[in-house]
Design a binder for this molecule. Structure first.
Ligand code: PBG
Length: 327
């Protein structure tokens, strides 16, 4: 047997069949890790597939129950809602209206699907005529502190409609402090905040902006969202949100920012969420449609990698379709 070498270490021993592989598996992906984004429009009788996001729809409230029923049946019981209002204005006042699209959506879903945990995206870009994430001045600069006051109104209004969690995504300085104090003073001290703590000015949001018509009408978001080359700055952002009272820290996007997910996980004790964004979804769908990759297998591997990097929670458009493959 001259082909047998003297190798004391043979890692392949633990890979011989699925039974042993699953015994030594270090990372697991489960339905309990996932949050499904859902787009709600204020119009009626709408189930509109987003062309750059096959399998993802804008729903009106009279059509959304089928989607929610499927999610619940498949064990996906957390959603994050994005609203497409009937009309937009300079400040995005639909966001704090008792009968705004988000408030109506929360009330409907909590009533029809009480098992669903409903998280609201707290932002202005879908609701402002200019498409920026808050109040802007004549030159088009996003004004930080005037926007914070509106954020408080929005968060309180979501809480009053019955949301389970609020998730501010505007990357304003002090947004967590403003929301925490606003919520506490209004009697919502129990309301958790998932902060989009580390959100980059990314080209991967393209399909989302089609989905909710939120592209800025002028300029871009680089004066408030983070510059992609930076990681130390990400630690500053996350540390501030911890101090200000965030309950969960999110990194967004996920796939190109795995190093950041890992660092946030190592440095902070709060749960870490990763947002597997629209462009990341669209790329997989497009390549799979061409028959170039196995879409489900690639999606699974990507989500698993986010967990391996340190994410405890993943927001992903794949949640509904991958759920049957998960434990
Ligand atoms: C802002 C918001 C965005 C996303 C989630 N919240 C878009 C943006 O910052 O332009 C992107 C999500 C995705 O791309 O899937 N309200």
């Amino acid at each position: 047997m001259s082909e047998r070498f003297d190798l004391p270490r043979r890692p392949r021993r633990l890979r011989r069949n699925e039974n042993i592989r699953s015994l030594v598996r270090e990372t697991h992906l489960s339905k309990d890790d996932l949050i499904m984004p859902v787009f709600i429009t204020a119009e009626e009788n709408v189930k509109n597939e987003i062309s750059s996001m096959p399998g993802i729809y804008q729903y009106s409230l009279d059509r959304v129950d089928e989607e929610l029923e499927t999610l619940v049946e498949r064990g996906i019981t957390r959603v994050i809602l994005f609203g497409i209002p009937e009309s937009k204005d300079e400040v995005g006042s639909d966001t704090w209206h008792e009968h705004g699209v988000m408030q109506e959506a929360v009330r409907h879903i909590k009533k029809q699907h009480p098992e669903m945990y409903v998280i609201t995206d707290v932002c202005f870009c879908e609701y402002t005529s200019h498409g920026h994430c808050g109040v802007v001045d004549e030159e088009g600069n996003l004004l930080n502190d005037p926007t914070l006051a509106n954020l408080q109104k929005q968060a309180i209004s979501h809480a009053e409609a019955g949301a389970d969690m609020v998730a501010p995504s505007g990357m304003l300085d002090g947004m967590i402090k403003a929301m925490r104090t606003g919520l506490d003073e209004a009697g919502h001290a129990e309301m958790p905040i998932m902060s989009y703590a580390v959100k980059y000015a990314s080209a991967f949001y393209g399909p989302f902006r089609d989905a909710v018509d939120s592209s800025p009408r002028f300029g871009d978001r680089r004066a408030y969202q983070m510059d992609p080359p930076n990681t130390r700055e990400a630690m500053v952002e996350a540390a501030l949100d911890v101090e200000e009272g965030a309950d969960i820290l999110m990194v967004k996007p996920a796939l190109s920012y795995m190093d950041v997910i890992q660092k946030v996980r190592e440095r902070f004790e709060l749960p870490v969420a990763a947002y597997n964004v629209s462009g990341e979804y669209a790329m997989v769908k497009a390549a799979a449609e061409k028959g170039w990759i196995d879409g489900d297998a690639v999606a699974y591997e990507k989500l698993l990698s986010m967990k391996r990097a340190g994410a405890d929670i993943i927001l992903t458009y794949f949640a509904r379709d991958l759920a049957p493959m998960l434990g």
